[in-house]
Design a protein around this ligand. Structure first.
Ligand SMILES: C[S@@+](CC[C@H](N)C(=O)[O-])C[C@H]1O[C@@H](n2cnc3c(N)ncnc32)[C@H](O)[C@@H]1O
Ligand SMILES: Nc1nc2[nH]cc(C(=O)O)c2c(=O)[nH]1
Ligand code: SF4
Ligand SMILES: [Mg+2]
Length: 240
């Protein structure tokens, strides 16, 4: 037995709705618990201590068996998210899954580095802009980049306003070798227990248009601007 992983939910296959792997079929493993508390977090059921009783301790083999059940026993891209998946013991799961042909991508804010990041197929680092209310520990963030080693690493930054945009430009300039993805924030975290959370889609669309115009006017041609496709399609629901 290895250390259990605290799992909030395992769902899919669906498509990756955000960033570099947008559109790719994937199963999500969402871990419970986060060292941050972003003002606009859209996954509070995996962050808020009120939901702790819903986070099941699972062995890596049990997690992989559930992924395999969902994918019909066919190796698929597994996306590790949370909460902050970096605070969970995910190394053995990644090792076991890769031996069976699964690929792994992980979403994390970059506050905790682990040596097993190097075993990922993609590390998505999402440092938090001013609107989140969080302060980035840049030493920890750079430790994450270093830990990834040869694993493909990208930046994905959520933008709500001009201050976030200017911050994202600075961050991207600091890490010129990392591809950067910008996504407009959605302002409507689901209320507790609400599975069919509606999103202010008009607001998200307006922010997306503003972000595209801002990037183009600025001549920031290395940036990729993408909406959260799953939010557009299904709203801020769980399990999609
Ligand atoms: C829920 S987080 C979990 C992984 C990790 N804690 C992180 O923040 O990267 C997954 C992704 O959703 C983004 N996100 C969270 N709330 C959002 C919101 N309200 N609008 C747009 N993106 C959001 C995060 O920035 C991150 O890129
Ligand atoms: N389809 C889909 N794509 C996503 N990309 C990042 C997600 C996340 O919450 O980490 C997410 C999610 O929850 N669903
Ligand atoms: S770091 Fe990620 S999971 Fe944690 S509160 Fe922020 S957006 Fe939510
Ligand atoms: Mg999400």
């Amino acid at each position: 037995m290895t250390d259990p992983i605290r799992v909030s939910e395992i769902f899919g296959p669906t498509i990756q709705g955000e960033g570099a792997l947008i559109g790719q079929p994937t199963v999500f493993v969402r871990t419970g618990g986060c060292d941050y508390r972003c003002s606009w977090c859209d996954s509070l059921h995996a962050v808020d201590a009120d939901y702790r009783h819903t986070w099941a301790p699972m062995q890596p083999g049990t997690v992989l068996a559930e992924v395999a059940r969902l994918s019909g026993d066919r190796p698929i891209l597994v996306t590790l998210s949370g909460g902050n998946p970096a605070i969970q013991p995910l190394g053995p799961l990644i090792e076991m899954g890769r031996a069976q042909g699964y690929r792994f991508a992980m979403e994390t804010q970059g506050s905790v580095a682990r040596d097993w990041f190097a075993e990922l197929d993609m590390l998505v680092l999402s440092p938090k802009p001013p609107s989140s209310g969080m302060a980035v520990d840049w030493a920890a963030f750079e430790a994450c980049i270093a830990a990834a080693g040869g694993a493909q690493t990208v930046l994905k930054i959520v933008i709500f306003d001009e201050a976030d945009y200017l911050w994202a430009r600075e961050v991207a300039a600091r890490y010129p070798t990392l591809p950067v993805y910008l996504q407009p924030g959605n302002h409507t975290p689901p209320p507790p227990g609400d599975d069919a959370a509606s999103v202010d889609q008009a607001g998200v669309d307006a922010r997306m248009r503003w972000l595209v115009e801002r990037v183009v006017a600025d001549g920031w041609f290395a940036a990729t601007v993408l909406p959260q496709l799953h939010v557009t399609l299904w709203g801020n629901r769980r399990g999609v």
